[in-house]
Design a protein around this ligand. Structure first.
Ligand SMILES: Nc1nc2c(ncn2[C@@H]2O[C@H](COP(=O)(O)OP(=O)(O)OP(=O)(O)O)[C@@H](O)[C@H]2O)c(=O)[nH]1
Ligand SMILES: [Mg+2]
Length: 278
């Protein structure tokens, strides 16, 4: 490993440590975050969960709408909306920023087929961040169920849960929701539509998960602290090894320099003696 690479690695680790320390300054209210591909219905869902029925708080649209993380602070919770994931790496990084702040993750998948590769990759990162709490705190949302027939919804649900089992090692809780049905149900006072939207069921589920927030936060912080300590110890070893290597290099150079100096001295002395004897 080159010294410049080691330096860069150490600088990254320093930033990571600083981020870790900043985390303890986070808000007390539980944080609920949506993630998912562009246009999946993330912002619409948050509008429904925060009772922004007639006037939206989180902007929604048919084209890419959310481009940075935005927040709504309610009485009990904070809701975070994130930009849709896509093949563009930089944007996915922007979306990932909220991971450590999230207490509950609503992963929104639009019902057009199975999970795409970048959705799976992202879910793996979220799982890592939650550790042993991933299974409970990540909720899978199948959105816009009003657009598909029941058999297709069931078929996609089965496939997506199989993928979760395969790539994450567990099947998360899964809700088949419709923002549109919920909105219409509330506006027209139709309980059937509200029930069919499953938004109230989702709210209850979130509520039950959140009762454990402080314990989970502490555990995740402990896990991360242990990981950070491990990384710092490994980095210390690498730096010591590099230091030793540089020192040996220097010593080797010094020994051969001394040897040359010695032979030069002998040469000069011999010559001086020879000239003296002439
Ligand atoms: N039919 C139907 N359409 C929905 C539903 N939820 C959202 N939509 C529509 O889907 C489109 C995208 O919704 P958004 O909530 O903006 O999606 P998003 O995931 O926040 O999109 P980005 O922020 O661009 O990633 C909008 O036109 C919504 O009106 C739903 O339950 N049913
Ligand atoms: Mg959005």
């Amino acid at each position: 490993m080159s010294a410049s690479y080691l330096l860069k690695e150490s600088q990254d680790l320093r930033k990571y440590s600083q981020d870790f320390l900043n985390q303890s300054l986070r808000s007390e209210k539980p944080v609920i975050v949506t993630w998912g591909l562009m246009n999946a219905g993330k912002s619409s869902l948050l509008n429904m969960l925060t009772q922004h029925i007639d006037q939206e708080f989180f902007k929604t649209n048919d084209f890419r709408e959310t481009t940075e993380v935005s927040a709504y602070e309610a009485d009990q919770y904070i809701y975070l909306d994130t930009p849709g994931l896509d093949a563009n790496k930089a944007d996915n990084l922007e979306a990932l920023k909220g991971i450590k702040k999230a207490d509950v993750v609503l992963f929104v998948h639009q019902l057009q087929g199975e999970l795409e590769a970048n959705e799976v990759e992202f879910l793996k990162d979220v799982r890592t961040s939650f550790g042993q709490y991933a299974e409970k705190n990540i909720i899978l949302i199948l959105s816009k169920v009003d657009k598909e027939d029941r058999s297709k919804v069931d078929q996609i649900k089965k496939r997506v849960l199989e993928q979760c089992e395969q790539y994450l090692g567990f099947q998360p809780q899964c809700f088949q929701i419709s923002n549109t049905l919920y909105q219409q149900g509330i506006q027209k006072h139709k309980d059937g539509l509200v029930r069919h939207s499953h938004i109230e069921d989702l709210k209850q589920c979130i509520h039950s998960i959140i009762s454990n927030t402080q314990v989970v936060r502490q555990e995740r912080l402990n896990q991360e602290k242990a990981l950070l300590l491990k990384k710092l110890t490994e980095q210390k070893k690498k730096i010591e090894a590099e230091h030793q290597a540089q020192r040996s290099l220097l010593m080797d150079g010094f020994v051969s320099f001394q040897r040359s100096l010695k032979s030069l001295k002998q040469f000069v002395e011999t010559k001086a003696q020879q000239y003296k004897n002439i």
